[in-house]
Design a protein around this ligand. Sequence first.
Ligand SMILES: C[S@@+](CC[C@H](N)C(=O)[O-])C[C@H]1O[C@@H](n2cnc3c(N)ncnc32)[C@H](O)[C@@H]1O
Ligand code: SF4
Length: 411
Amino acid sequence: MTATANSPNGADAAGPTIDSGGQADAREAGRGAVRHLYVHLPFCAHRCGYCDFVTVVGRAGQHDAYVDALLAELALERHVLYAEPLGTVYLGGGTPTFTGPAALRRLLGALPAASEVTVEANPETVTPELAGLLRSAGVDRVSLGAQSFQPHLLEVLERGASPETVRRAVRVLRDAGFANVSLDLIYGIPGQEPSDLDADLAAALELAPEHLSCYELEAKPGTRFTHAHGAELERQEDAMEGYFERVVETLTGAGYRWYETANFCLQPGRASARGRDLRSRHNLAYWLGRDYLGIGIGAVSTVAGVRRRNRPTLAGYLSALRADAAPPREIEPLDDETRARERLMLGLRLDRPLPTTGLERVLDTTATERLSAGGLVELASTGGGRSIRLTRRGRYLGGGVTAELMRLETD
Ligand SMILES: C[S@@+](CC[C@H](N)C(=O)[O-])C[C@H]1O[C@@H](n2cnc3c(N)ncnc32)[C@H](O)[C@@H]1O
Ligand code: SF4
């Protein structure tokens, strides 16, 4: 996943500060320290033209074998995990809910318990049976890929769900007892007008989701989608800044907290929030620089200063794990400078101040003072040191401000 201004990407993260999440304590106690588990389920009914995720179309006959492989990989890596319950488990895709129900039930039953268990779902897969399966397996959060409520835009995106299917999916989830539902929206879609975005936001708000993720459409150059929509994508690119501000103004005006560049959650004081902190604790773990274990094809892990990326090939994954061997993957040790750069880049996406201790080597002090004087950055002295965050205006400019704050590579 890319980490541009408001791209989709991927905790126990109640506090405002970035810390080690108790990793040193856990290691001393002889346990693994990782409290966040990502499980990749790549299967989809159809590959949407704009999608750049690791997906595999169909293959119903391989869903069981894939779950076997996931569980074999988990057994190999389980020692890095903290004692149960974990902070979070997140099943992402692909379309996790397209996985055959028996295989999905078996997987969910074998995963470690966690305080937050999220499953991504495509609206057309949400039936009372599926919702019941998820609830009884301990899932407490569903992230639904709505994308838009405009039929002509859903068609451009090649989505399998109509606006009514999205609404029905939310009703089915509510009837099954889900009290934490997130909706994904995309903007900057070929053919979209500002009025379409307003209508999408209004339609989403009518469903009263606890959480919303709103992403600008990213179209990879050289794909079928970009060839089909090239000129229109350029027009949309010019409109993106305006769309972003519209999204933020509308959702914050409706009582949502803009807690991360592309993510919003109902404020705890709103009646249906019932005092809950509804930020995605799993994604917060990424933004706070916590360690996480990812299993499945294409999954990424960051554990104790090493990043591992499983290769995105189904056949190689299945055959390695059938032999109880680690899946084919790339291993990248992260040096201190890379880690500091990542922490700065990700931490500034949040609405909470980021302590600057340990980040001095990558923070350009001249640029920091200049941007602070220009009202784009806010500096503060806290009990233990200094902290930095982007102001609302700074957050609108997002990645550009962060890039200016960052000292050029020292090597
Ligand atoms: C892992 S994806 C897919 C989840 C699910 N299969 C679906 O399509 O609804 C999670 C979210 O990323 C967003 N997304 C996917 N591709 C994107 C793209 N090219 N540009 C912007 N957002 C994208 C969508 O909002 C999607 O719901
Ligand atoms: S359903 Fe979701 S993951 Fe699958 S191809 Fe479409 S956007 Fe990608």
